[in-house]
Design a protein around this ligand. Structure first.
Ligand SMILES: [Zn+2]
Length: 410
């Protein structure tokens, strides 16, 4: 049994140390959304408050508590290669990144290399890759696919240890890990310690501007400690002796930024985006408070929609037993009373329960054997890809529901 005291309150900003915050989003008590539950496991699942606050000085948005990583990342289930969209994204990143160094035999270190999805794309383009992945099961999986992977949590100490027996990286790649890092200064100190002057750290992180504008509150969960504007990234990079060289806006994960960090001069795109953030009002509180109200409206809309369906005797299931879908359902207090099951393609999730909901996770066979009238697409960021794959369900009369960014019935 996990006690709920496995967390600590955030009292100082992890970027600038400031202690005054504007608290703006409260999603209630949410379970650990990547902790898939065995059907015979009847223990009470731990839940922790999920609230976001903004630093009044550097504008970093962050959870107001940090759950112990040992609890959070035990049996981590997210596997990159499952999504074709993500795989293609990795290919494009690798393609562009190798062009930065046309006449070089490239060495890439990848932090949080997961199952090797990105690393393989670099290897296909001739780079030597070292994967650094804290989840031992994923590091082993990546090794079985031919990626040199070590099972470690990235830190300055680990960076220095790795530099003793690996060639220095021209590129360090860290996609979808920055938001998970509690000690950002130590993370970047590790980068600074091993990165040569010509080298770059490429970070990809969900962008707070998209998070707010597209109302992506379902991407808030306990693993995501920080929600970034460019401003606090520049602040933390500078504090670590690094500079932002370039930035790109990306569509992946509902809207992300790719930031190039290194020892060179700041790029003009960086200044441009900082001005845009200010112009849009992201350095003031008002936009955050409006967002919070909008989130509550979305909950009311979705709950009344599914309640009306149930009253008319319709059956409903969900698609994509992802973390984000779990936040949405738990925030809306929707569970096994509303849904028959949740479909997911990940074999390791099938046969288990969706955290906090006692909702069985099943394969696509359920959509043929016992289809429901409606199917709510929880992984709505991959909506088009999922819709194409559900042609059989749709032609059989099934209706799709896209819950976000605005409720839509197909
Ligand atoms: Zn701050």
């Amino acid at each position: 049994m996990i006690k709920n005291d496995y967390s600590r309150k955030v009292t100082a900003c992890r970027v600038c140390g400031h202690r005054k915050f504007h608290s703006y989003l409260d999603l209630g008590l949410i379970p650990l959304v990547n902790r898939y539950v065995e059907p015979d496991d009847n223990r009470v699942e731990p839940r922790f408050p999920l609230r976001i606050q903004k630093c009044n000085q550097c504008h970093l948005s962050m959870l107001d508590l940090v759950v112990d990583p040992g609890v959070l990342y035990a049996n981590y289930a997210y596997q990159s290669s499952i999504s074709r969209t993500f795989q293609e994204h990795c290919g494009r990143l690798a393609e562009q990144a190798v062009k930065l160094y046309p006449n070089r035999s490239l060495t890439v270190w990848e932090i949080a290399s997961n199952d090797g999805c990105m690393a393989l794309e670099f290897q296909r383009r001739g780079a030597k890759v070292v994967g650094i992945e804290p989840a031992a099961n994923l590091a082993a999986l990546a090794r079985s696919r031919g990626v040199n992977s070590v099972a470690e949590f990235w830190s300055e100490k680990v960076a220095q240890k790795l530099s003793l027996n690996h060639p220095a990286p021209d590129l360090i790649v860290a996609t979808n890990v920055f938001a998970h890092v509690d000690n950002l200064l130590d993370f970047l100190a590790g980068v600074r310690a091993v990165l040569p002057d010509h080298g770059r750290l490429i970070v990809e992180v969900p962008y707070l501007v998209s998070f707010i504008q597209k109302t992506e509150f379902d991407t808030a969960y306990h693993e995501h400690l920080s929600y970034f504007l460019l401003y606090p990234i520049r602040e933390v990079a500078r504090r670590a002796g690094l500079e932002l060289i370039d930035v790109d806006l990306l569509q992946i994960h509902g809207g992300s930024i790719r930031v190039h960090i290194g020892k060179g001069k700041p790029g003009s795109m960086v200044q441009k985006l900082l001005l845009e953030e200010e112009r849009l009002g992201f350095y003031d509180d008002k936009i955050y408070d409006e967002f919070s109200k909008h989130v509550q409206q979305i909950r009311e809309e979705l709950v009344s929609f599914v309640t009306a369906l149930k009253q008319r005797g319709r059956t409903i299931s969900a698609f994509g037993a992802s973390a984000k879908g779990n936040v949405l359902l738990n925030y809306c207090h929707l569970s096994a009373e509303t849904f028959e099951y949740v479909v997911d393609d990940t074999l390791s999730k099938q046969g288990k329960f969706y955290p906090g909901l006692r909702l069985p996770i099943v394969s696509r066979d359920a959509l043929i054997g016992s289809p429901t009238d409606y199917l709510v697409i929880l992984a709505w960021n991959f909506y088009d890809e999922i819709k194409k794959s559900l042609a059989g369900y749709i032609s059989g009369g099934g209706r799709l529901v896209c819950p976000l960014p605005t409720l839509r019935i197909d």
